[in-house]
Write a protein that binds this ligand. Structure first.
Ligand SMILES: Nc1ncnc2c1ncn2[C@@H]1O[C@H](COP(=O)(O)OP(=O)(O)OP(=O)(O)O)[C@@H](O)[C@H]1O
Length: 305
Protein backbone atom coordinates (compact mmCIF):
# COMPACT_ATOMS: atom_id res chain seq x y z
CA UNK A 1 0.00 0.00 0.00
CA UNK A 2 1.33 3.44 -0.91
CA UNK A 3 1.82 5.69 2.07
CA UNK A 4 2.58 8.97 0.27
CA UNK A 5 2.68 10.61 -3.14
CA UNK A 6 5.84 9.83 -5.07
CA UNK A 7 7.95 12.48 -6.76
CA UNK A 8 9.99 10.16 -8.94
CA UNK A 9 8.80 7.81 -11.64
CA UNK A 10 10.50 4.46 -11.25
CA UNK A 11 9.66 3.53 -14.83
CA UNK A 12 12.65 4.35 -17.04
CA UNK A 13 10.85 3.70 -20.33
CA UNK A 14 9.11 6.44 -22.26
CA UNK A 15 7.25 3.97 -24.52
CA UNK A 16 3.48 4.43 -24.44
CA UNK A 17 1.60 1.44 -23.00
CA UNK A 18 0.67 -1.26 -25.47
CA UNK A 19 3.58 -0.68 -27.89
CA UNK A 20 6.31 -3.29 -28.37
CA UNK A 21 9.14 -2.73 -25.88
CA UNK A 22 11.37 -5.75 -26.48
CA UNK A 23 11.44 -7.98 -29.56
CA UNK A 24 13.16 -11.33 -29.41
CA UNK A 25 13.54 -12.23 -33.07
CA UNK A 26 14.42 -15.79 -34.06
CA UNK A 27 17.33 -16.28 -31.67
CA UNK A 28 19.37 -19.47 -31.41
CA UNK A 29 22.03 -20.13 -28.79
CA UNK A 30 24.34 -23.16 -28.71
CA UNK A 31 26.92 -24.37 -26.20
CA UNK A 32 28.99 -26.82 -28.25
CA UNK A 33 26.50 -29.50 -29.32
CA UNK A 34 23.80 -28.40 -26.85
CA UNK A 35 21.06 -26.25 -28.34
CA UNK A 36 20.04 -24.06 -25.41
CA UNK A 37 17.65 -21.98 -27.58
CA UNK A 38 16.36 -22.68 -31.09
CA UNK A 39 14.59 -20.04 -33.22
CA UNK A 40 12.88 -18.33 -30.29
CA UNK A 41 10.72 -15.28 -31.09
CA UNK A 42 8.27 -13.27 -28.98
CA UNK A 43 7.45 -9.66 -28.12
CA UNK A 44 7.24 -7.99 -24.71
CA UNK A 45 4.69 -5.17 -24.65
CA UNK A 46 5.21 -1.95 -22.70
CA UNK A 47 3.27 -2.14 -19.44
CA UNK A 48 3.02 -5.93 -19.31
CA UNK A 49 4.20 -8.57 -16.85
CA UNK A 50 5.51 -11.18 -19.29
CA UNK A 51 6.30 -14.60 -17.83
CA UNK A 52 8.71 -17.13 -19.30
CA UNK A 53 7.98 -20.64 -18.09
CA UNK A 54 9.12 -24.14 -18.94
CA UNK A 55 10.46 -27.34 -17.36
CA UNK A 56 13.99 -27.53 -15.89
CA UNK A 57 16.67 -26.96 -18.50
CA UNK A 58 14.17 -25.48 -20.99
CA UNK A 59 16.41 -22.48 -21.65
CA UNK A 60 14.72 -19.81 -19.52
CA UNK A 61 17.84 -18.44 -17.79
CA UNK A 62 19.77 -18.63 -21.07
CA UNK A 63 17.09 -16.46 -22.65
CA UNK A 64 17.28 -13.91 -19.84
CA UNK A 65 21.07 -13.93 -20.18
CA UNK A 66 20.71 -13.21 -23.92
CA UNK A 67 18.40 -10.24 -23.18
CA UNK A 68 20.78 -8.82 -20.57
CA UNK A 69 23.85 -9.21 -22.81
CA UNK A 70 25.57 -11.91 -20.73
CA UNK A 71 25.19 -14.47 -23.55
CA UNK A 72 25.27 -13.59 -27.24
CA UNK A 73 23.11 -15.83 -29.44
CA UNK A 74 24.76 -17.15 -32.61
CA UNK A 75 21.64 -16.26 -34.62
CA UNK A 76 18.79 -13.78 -34.37
CA UNK A 77 18.36 -10.35 -32.83
CA UNK A 78 16.93 -8.80 -29.68
CA UNK A 79 15.69 -5.22 -30.02
CA UNK A 80 14.82 -2.81 -27.22
CA UNK A 81 12.53 0.01 -28.31
CA UNK A 82 12.90 3.39 -26.67
CA UNK A 83 11.07 6.69 -26.96
CA UNK A 84 7.84 7.61 -28.67
CA UNK A 85 6.67 9.23 -25.42
CA UNK A 86 8.00 11.27 -22.51
CA UNK A 87 10.74 10.19 -20.14
CA UNK A 88 10.49 10.38 -16.35
CA UNK A 89 11.57 14.06 -16.46
CA UNK A 90 8.67 14.87 -18.82
CA UNK A 91 10.93 15.38 -21.86
CA UNK A 92 9.91 14.07 -25.30
CA UNK A 93 12.04 11.13 -26.37
CA UNK A 94 12.39 10.25 -30.05
CA UNK A 95 11.50 6.73 -31.07
CA UNK A 96 14.51 4.47 -31.55
CA UNK A 97 15.70 0.93 -31.19
CA UNK A 98 18.83 -0.76 -29.84
CA UNK A 99 20.18 -4.14 -30.87
CA UNK A 100 20.91 -5.71 -27.48
CA UNK A 101 22.52 -8.73 -29.12
CA UNK A 102 25.45 -6.54 -30.18
CA UNK A 103 26.07 -4.98 -26.77
CA UNK A 104 28.05 -6.06 -23.72
CA UNK A 105 25.99 -6.45 -20.54
CA UNK A 106 27.06 -3.12 -18.97
CA UNK A 107 25.75 -1.24 -22.03
CA UNK A 108 22.47 -3.17 -21.91
CA UNK A 109 22.20 -2.15 -18.23
CA UNK A 110 22.82 1.51 -19.18
CA UNK A 111 19.82 1.30 -21.52
CA UNK A 112 17.75 0.53 -18.42
CA UNK A 113 17.50 -3.26 -18.60
CA UNK A 114 17.81 -4.27 -14.93
CA UNK A 115 17.82 -7.82 -13.63
CA UNK A 116 17.75 -9.88 -10.48
CA UNK A 117 19.40 -13.29 -10.30
CA UNK A 118 18.30 -16.74 -9.10
CA UNK A 119 20.78 -16.49 -6.23
CA UNK A 120 20.84 -13.36 -4.13
CA UNK A 121 23.53 -10.99 -5.41
CA UNK A 122 23.62 -8.34 -2.69
CA UNK A 123 26.44 -7.04 -0.46
CA UNK A 124 25.50 -8.89 2.71
CA UNK A 125 27.60 -6.75 5.10
CA UNK A 126 26.10 -3.48 3.79
CA UNK A 127 22.76 -2.11 4.99
CA UNK A 128 19.55 -2.19 2.94
CA UNK A 129 19.93 1.53 2.29
CA UNK A 130 23.53 1.15 1.11
CA UNK A 131 22.62 -1.72 -1.20
CA UNK A 132 19.80 0.33 -2.71
CA UNK A 133 22.05 3.40 -3.11
CA UNK A 134 24.44 1.17 -5.08
CA UNK A 135 21.55 0.61 -7.49
CA UNK A 136 21.70 4.36 -8.22
CA UNK A 137 25.39 4.44 -9.17
CA UNK A 138 24.50 4.06 -12.85
CA UNK A 139 22.87 7.53 -12.68
CA UNK A 140 25.54 9.24 -10.57
CA UNK A 141 27.66 11.91 -12.19
CA UNK A 142 29.94 12.51 -9.19
CA UNK A 143 32.43 9.96 -7.95
CA UNK A 144 31.81 7.77 -4.96
CA UNK A 145 34.81 9.50 -3.31
CA UNK A 146 33.25 12.96 -3.77
CA UNK A 147 29.98 11.63 -2.37
CA UNK A 148 31.78 10.18 0.62
CA UNK A 149 33.54 13.51 1.22
CA UNK A 150 30.06 15.04 1.07
CA UNK A 151 30.63 18.43 -0.52
CA UNK A 152 28.97 20.78 -3.05
CA UNK A 153 27.21 19.23 -6.06
CA UNK A 154 28.03 15.73 -4.83
CA UNK A 155 25.98 16.39 -1.73
CA UNK A 156 23.05 17.71 -3.78
CA UNK A 157 23.24 14.65 -6.01
CA UNK A 158 23.37 12.32 -3.04
CA UNK A 159 20.25 13.90 -1.51
CA UNK A 160 18.33 13.60 -4.79
CA UNK A 161 19.25 9.91 -5.14
CA UNK A 162 18.41 9.32 -1.52
CA UNK A 163 14.88 10.69 -2.11
CA UNK A 164 14.29 8.20 -4.88
CA UNK A 165 15.69 5.34 -2.81
CA UNK A 166 13.38 6.29 0.07
CA UNK A 167 10.43 6.02 -2.33
CA UNK A 168 11.52 2.51 -3.31
CA UNK A 169 11.83 1.65 0.40
CA UNK A 170 8.28 2.91 0.88
CA UNK A 171 6.88 1.06 -2.14
CA UNK A 172 8.40 -2.25 -1.01
CA UNK A 173 7.72 -1.61 2.68
CA UNK A 174 11.34 -1.94 3.74
CA UNK A 175 11.25 0.96 6.25
CA UNK A 176 12.00 -1.10 9.34
CA UNK A 177 15.01 -2.81 7.70
CA UNK A 178 16.62 0.38 6.33
CA UNK A 179 19.79 0.27 8.47
CA UNK A 180 20.04 -3.50 8.97
CA UNK A 181 22.84 -5.42 7.25
CA UNK A 182 21.29 -7.41 4.42
CA UNK A 183 23.00 -10.64 5.54
CA UNK A 184 21.04 -10.57 8.82
CA UNK A 185 17.62 -10.45 7.12
CA UNK A 186 15.23 -13.30 6.34
CA UNK A 187 15.52 -14.77 2.83
CA UNK A 188 12.19 -13.33 1.63
CA UNK A 189 13.21 -9.81 2.73
CA UNK A 190 16.60 -10.13 1.00
CA UNK A 191 14.79 -11.02 -2.26
CA UNK A 192 12.65 -7.91 -1.77
CA UNK A 193 15.80 -5.80 -1.31
CA UNK A 194 17.14 -7.28 -4.53
CA UNK A 195 13.93 -6.26 -6.30
CA UNK A 196 14.36 -2.80 -4.76
CA UNK A 197 17.92 -2.45 -6.00
CA UNK A 198 16.84 -3.29 -9.56
CA UNK A 199 14.02 -0.75 -9.21
CA UNK A 200 16.45 1.98 -8.07
CA UNK A 201 17.94 1.87 -11.57
CA UNK A 202 14.59 3.27 -12.84
CA UNK A 203 14.46 0.39 -15.28
CA UNK A 204 13.03 0.54 -18.78
CA UNK A 205 12.57 -3.22 -18.39
CA UNK A 206 12.91 -5.33 -15.25
CA UNK A 207 14.10 -8.94 -15.64
CA UNK A 208 13.36 -11.17 -12.66
CA UNK A 209 14.92 -14.65 -12.57
CA UNK A 210 12.82 -16.79 -10.23
CA UNK A 211 12.12 -14.06 -7.65
CA UNK A 212 10.16 -16.53 -5.52
CA UNK A 213 12.54 -19.49 -5.63
CA UNK A 214 13.00 -21.09 -2.19
CA UNK A 215 10.16 -19.11 -0.59
CA UNK A 216 7.32 -20.45 1.53
CA UNK A 217 3.69 -19.84 0.48
CA UNK A 218 3.33 -16.66 2.54
CA UNK A 219 6.59 -15.15 1.26
CA UNK A 220 5.55 -16.01 -2.32
CA UNK A 221 2.22 -14.26 -1.86
CA UNK A 222 4.02 -11.16 -0.52
CA UNK A 223 6.49 -11.12 -3.38
CA UNK A 224 3.71 -11.54 -5.97
CA UNK A 225 1.97 -8.53 -4.42
CA UNK A 226 5.14 -6.42 -4.58
CA UNK A 227 5.71 -7.37 -8.21
CA UNK A 228 2.16 -6.31 -8.99
CA UNK A 229 2.75 -2.99 -7.15
CA UNK A 230 5.93 -2.44 -9.16
CA UNK A 231 3.91 -3.06 -12.29
CA UNK A 232 0.64 -1.33 -11.48
CA UNK A 233 1.77 1.56 -9.27
CA UNK A 234 5.21 2.22 -10.73
CA UNK A 235 4.27 1.23 -14.32
CA UNK A 236 7.42 -0.84 -14.89
CA UNK A 237 7.37 -3.58 -17.56
CA UNK A 238 8.53 -6.92 -16.18
CA UNK A 239 9.88 -10.15 -17.69
CA UNK A 240 9.64 -12.89 -15.11
CA UNK A 241 10.90 -16.46 -14.91
CA UNK A 242 8.91 -18.45 -12.39
CA UNK A 243 8.23 -22.11 -11.68
CA UNK A 244 5.07 -21.69 -9.62
CA UNK A 245 2.32 -21.88 -12.24
CA UNK A 246 -0.37 -20.45 -9.95
CA UNK A 247 1.68 -17.32 -9.35
CA UNK A 248 2.48 -16.98 -13.06
CA UNK A 249 -1.13 -17.33 -14.11
CA UNK A 250 -2.25 -14.83 -11.45
CA UNK A 251 0.11 -11.97 -12.15
CA UNK A 252 1.06 -12.22 -15.84
CA UNK A 253 -0.46 -10.46 -18.84
CA UNK A 254 1.32 -12.79 -21.25
CA UNK A 255 3.17 -16.08 -21.00
CA UNK A 256 5.83 -17.59 -23.29
CA UNK A 257 6.54 -21.29 -22.81
CA UNK A 258 9.89 -22.92 -23.59
CA UNK A 259 10.55 -26.63 -23.81
CA UNK A 260 13.96 -28.02 -24.77
CA UNK A 261 15.01 -24.59 -26.02
CA UNK A 262 12.02 -24.09 -28.33
CA UNK A 263 9.05 -21.77 -27.92
CA UNK A 264 6.03 -24.09 -27.75
CA UNK A 265 3.37 -21.53 -26.79
CA UNK A 266 2.93 -17.77 -26.42
CA UNK A 267 -0.32 -16.14 -25.31
CA UNK A 268 -2.50 -15.01 -22.43
CA UNK A 269 -2.42 -17.18 -19.27
CA UNK A 270 -5.76 -18.77 -20.24
CA UNK A 271 -4.61 -19.57 -23.78
CA UNK A 272 -1.36 -21.08 -22.54
CA UNK A 273 -3.08 -23.14 -19.81
CA UNK A 274 -5.33 -24.77 -22.40
CA UNK A 275 -2.56 -25.43 -24.95
CA UNK A 276 -2.05 -29.20 -25.47
CA UNK A 277 1.71 -28.74 -26.12
CA UNK A 278 2.08 -27.00 -22.73
CA UNK A 279 0.06 -29.66 -20.94
CA UNK A 280 2.27 -32.35 -22.50
CA UNK A 281 5.50 -30.55 -21.62
CA UNK A 282 4.45 -30.21 -17.99
CA UNK A 283 2.63 -33.46 -17.41
CA UNK A 284 4.62 -35.72 -19.78
CA UNK A 285 3.27 -38.88 -21.42
CA UNK A 286 0.88 -41.37 -19.86
CA UNK A 287 3.20 -44.28 -19.13
CA UNK A 288 6.72 -44.45 -17.76
CA UNK A 289 7.96 -46.10 -20.97
CA UNK A 290 6.46 -43.33 -23.08
CA UNK A 291 8.06 -40.75 -20.81
CA UNK A 292 11.53 -42.24 -21.22
CA UNK A 293 11.11 -42.58 -25.00
CA UNK A 294 9.79 -39.05 -25.22
CA UNK A 295 12.69 -37.62 -23.20
CA UNK A 296 15.19 -39.56 -25.37
CA UNK A 297 13.55 -38.36 -28.57
CA UNK A 298 13.58 -34.74 -27.45
CA UNK A 299 17.17 -34.92 -26.18
CA UNK A 300 18.22 -36.40 -29.56
CA UNK A 301 16.41 -33.58 -31.42
CA UNK A 302 18.21 -31.06 -29.27
CA UNK A 303 21.75 -32.32 -29.80
CA UNK A 304 21.36 -32.89 -33.59
CA UNK A 305 23.31 -30.00 -35.09
N1 LIG B 1 27.19 -21.61 -19.75
C1 LIG B 1 26.70 -22.77 -20.22
N2 LIG B 1 27.53 -23.70 -20.75
C2 LIG B 1 27.03 -24.87 -21.23
N3 LIG B 1 25.73 -25.19 -21.24
C3 LIG B 1 24.87 -24.32 -20.72
C4 LIG B 1 25.30 -23.05 -20.18
N4 LIG B 1 24.21 -22.36 -19.74
C5 LIG B 1 23.15 -23.16 -19.99
N5 LIG B 1 23.55 -24.32 -20.58
C6 LIG B 1 22.67 -25.42 -21.00
O1 LIG B 1 21.59 -24.87 -21.71
C7 LIG B 1 20.39 -25.56 -21.40
C8 LIG B 1 19.36 -24.59 -20.86
O2 LIG B 1 19.74 -24.19 -19.54
P1 LIG B 1 19.04 -23.02 -18.74
O3 LIG B 1 19.76 -22.85 -17.45
O4 LIG B 1 18.90 -21.83 -19.61
O5 LIG B 1 17.58 -23.65 -18.48
P2 LIG B 1 16.45 -23.19 -17.44
O6 LIG B 1 15.16 -23.35 -18.15
O7 LIG B 1 16.78 -21.85 -16.91
O8 LIG B 1 16.60 -24.30 -16.31
P3 LIG B 1 16.20 -24.22 -14.73
O9 LIG B 1 14.72 -24.07 -14.66
O10 LIG B 1 16.65 -25.56 -14.22
O11 LIG B 1 16.94 -23.05 -14.13
C9 LIG B 1 20.75 -26.67 -20.41
O12 LIG B 1 20.96 -27.86 -21.15
C10 LIG B 1 22.05 -26.16 -19.82
O13 LIG B 1 22.84 -27.22 -19.38
Amino acid sequence: MLTRAYQHSLNGSSRPEGLPLLEVDDISLRFGGVKALTNVSFTVTQGHVHAIIGPNGAGKSSLLNCISGIYHPQEGQIRLHTGGGQDFRGKDVQEGQHLLTQLPSYKVARLGVARSFQNIELFSHLSVLENLMLGRHIHMRHSVLASMLWFGPARKQEIEHRHLVEEVIDLLQLQSYRHKPVGALAYGIQKRVELGRALCIQPALLLLDEPMAGMNAEEKEDMARYILDVHELAGVSVVLIEHDMNVVMDISDRVSVLDFGKLIADGTPDEVKADPAVIEAYLGSDTEDDEVKDAERRMQERTDV
